[in-house]
Design a protein around this ligand. Structure first.
Ligand code: M6R
Length: 600
């Protein structure tokens, strides 16, 4: 993970560019940060633990430089300490690095034998040392970079400074994103063009095994054999809205509250003109099966789709965690469409799974939120969710946008393969058009969610249960709670509890449950009785008319199966939010996490 920026200018102080870039890259990690720049012919390095704001406090208004590099970290090798923070300087070379050098132990061993010693626990310091080793051998940085590329395994986006060279920045890339943007008398290296749009929207994308020499007026990009490449200059033309929290205490709350709109925005192109617009969805009838791949919340959205495809459209559908999909036998077939779901479009495991499918020449479809992100260039076809920019690490509106898109995809398939009649499809479309009226009252039940939060926020363990679609939703509910409140919460299929996990239920253990399936509800209620008998406190989200005083009931409106998941998740999101708020955690940037997981 980690975000990197480098900047060089003919006449301006580049420190504001580095800091703005880093702040915009904090979605890639925020456990420590650092900067290195030339001042009076000397490289100055400042590093801090924590967020970029801590770094800003260490930089005085008098500090100024025309060339520098900076980094915001998500620790992989070595704790989040100042010493492990980047930049790392070894000999003549100072680097910032995003990625993982997989053979760092081997390289370390070799360099140790050559007299190198190391101060940090990071693989990045080893990368700096290897670059320095070859730089000293050839007295030529380009040859050093080419040799580094031959030897280093794993992934890297690196930007580097060399002692005594205030005129050039260098960068190199393999499997971690890197762009070089260009402006009037300045150039910027960054993990992501969106991070530096304040300064320029023109940029080159570096591909794997490419490197560049960047000065204030020129960018020379070469391949790993030293051949100069003529790369296409791109222009980022998508809207880049400034994002503020408005009157909300956290981005997460704002994003939850935006969902009536973001669901509608995602759905509208496919519902506004009835069946005709629905049929602009890709035709899936040519496939025998559907595979869905994603991570975390995106995986959970895939599980909702599996339910709809299999139960409603009678189409075989498997859902895989991207990190598992890559390393198993997937029985790849040209008759299977693989759908990749991602908010960021940058998740390393999902990208790797997508590359696997592509390398086998098999069809792929992306459901992606961030325009122009890496995955959008790789998939055969892309359906953009319209969640807008999601800042909070815990995904909420991106999830409901993904579920909306997948539901409409399944609905179009049900129409095409005739598993639903036209009249039934029209009914669902009508409900989608009415979605705000269903969601808004749920968003407004703040008092209910806050009072549940008060009852559970001091607990150590919380269980989420459900059957069928309700089970899949409970997985998303448990993930939301654990990632922002740090309370251990797990989802279980309601019928599975008694096969082991119920041994953990004791007096006052909170059990959150959704029961919205008329056929399965009686069974789920029996499971709730079982936990009640062991002293649990039960919170039940339901569209049924239960009035058992032993259950704390949160009513949701009755809705079609294609709409239901979008309703069930709202109480789960808000209970998680208010619980974390009572605990006083850093809700938008929870510990140990990052918005975009760009390492495997
Ligand atoms: O950007 P992606 O949708 O590919 O991200 C996938 C997961 O990392 C993400 O959903 C993560 O699980 C969220 N923090 C969950 O709230």
């Amino acid at each position: 993970m980690c975000g990197i920026v480098g900047a060089i200018s003919k006449d301006k102080n580049i420190l504001p560019i580095l800091i703005t870039g880093l702040k915009n890259l904090e979605y890639r990690g925020y456990d420590s940060a650092g900067v290195a720049y030339f001042e009076n012919n000397k490289i100055c390095i400042t590093k801090v633990t924590g967020k970029v704001d801590n770094l800003v406090q260490k930089i005085s208004d008098d500090d100024s430089s025309k060339i520098g590099i900076a980094h915001t970290r998500w620790a992989t090798h070595g704790k989040a300490t100042t010493v492990n923070a980047h930049p790392h300087k070894v000999g003549h070379i100072t680097i910032v690095h995003n990625g993982i050098i997989e053979n760092f132990e081997e390289i370390k061993e070799k360099l140790s034998q050559c007299g190198y010693s190391f101060k940090t626990s990071t693989d990045s310091e080893i990368a700096a040392a290897l670059l320095n080793y070859y730089y000293e051998e050839y007295n030529n940085i380009e040859k050093a970079i080419e040799s580094f590329m031959k030897e280093a395994k794993g992934s890297y986006a690196i930007s580097l400074l060399i002692d005594n060279d205030q005129n050039n920045l260098y960068c190199l890339k393999k499997e971690s994103p890197l762009i070089i943007a260009t402006g009037n008398n300045f150039n910027i290296i960054a993990s992501d063009i969106r991070a530096i749009l304040k300064y320029t929207n023109k940029y080159y994308i570096l591909d794997d095994f490419e490197y560049a020499k960047v000065n204030n007026s020129e960018i020379i990009i070469k391949n790993s054999k030293g051949l100069v490449l003529n790369k296409e200059l791109k222009e980022y033309t998508h809207e880049n809205k400034e994002n503020s929290k408005g009157h909300y205490k956290h981005y997460m709350l704002k994003e939850i509250m935006e969902q009536s709109k973001t669901i509608a925005d995602t759905a509208i192109p496919y519902i506004d003109d009835g069946i005709a617009s629905l049929l602009t969805m890709p035709d899936l009838t040519k496939y025998n099966a559907i595979d869905i791949v994603g991570c975390g919340t995106a995986y959970h959205a895939g599980l909702v789709a599996k339910y709809l495809f299999q139960e409603i459209t009678n189409t075989k559908c498997n859902v895989y965690l991207a990190s598992e999909y890559r390393y198993q036998n997937n029985f790849l077939s040209k008759d299977t469409l693989t759908i990749f779901i991602s908010q960021s479009g940058e998740t390393a495991d999902t990208i790797a799974a997508l590359k696997l499918v592509k390398s086998n020449n098999l069809p792929s479809l992306g459901i992606i939120n961030v325009e122009n992100s890496s995955m959008t260039f790789l998939v055969d076809q892309c359906l953009y969710t319209k969640a807008g920019s999601e800042i909070a690490v815990a995904s909420t509106k991106a999830y409901t946008a993904q579920v909306t898109m997948l539901s409409l995809l399944a609905l179009s398939h049900a129409y095409r393969n005739k598993t639903l009649k036209e009249k039934e499809v029209l009914e669902v479309l009508k409900e989608f058009k009415n979605i705000s009226n269903l969601i808004t009252p749920l968003l407004d039940k703040k008092n209910i969610y806050q009072s549940i939060a008060k009852e559970i926020y001091n607990e150590d363990d919380i269980f989420y249960i459900g059957r069928g679609l309700d089970y899949v939703l409970s997985m998303e509910g448990a993930l939301k709670l654990k990632e922002i409140s740090y309370i251990h919460s797990e989802a279980y299929a309601a019928g599975e509890l008694k096969h082991g996990t119920i041994s953990l239920v004791k007096k006052n253990t909170p059990v959150l449950c959704s029961a919205t399936n008329d056929k399965l509800n009686p069974k789920t209620v029996s499971n709730l009785k079982e936990v009640l008998a062991r002293g649990a406190k039960v919170y039940l989200i339901t569209d049924d008319s239960y009035n058992d005083p032993a259950f704390n009931i949160i009513n949701i409106p009755k809705a079609n199966i294609f709409i239901k998941p979008l309703l069930i998740v709202i109480p789960y999101q808000l209970i998680a939010y208010y619980t974390a708020d009572l605990k006083g955690t850093d809700i938008d940037k929870p510990k140990n996490l990052a918005k975009s997981v760009t390492v495997e």
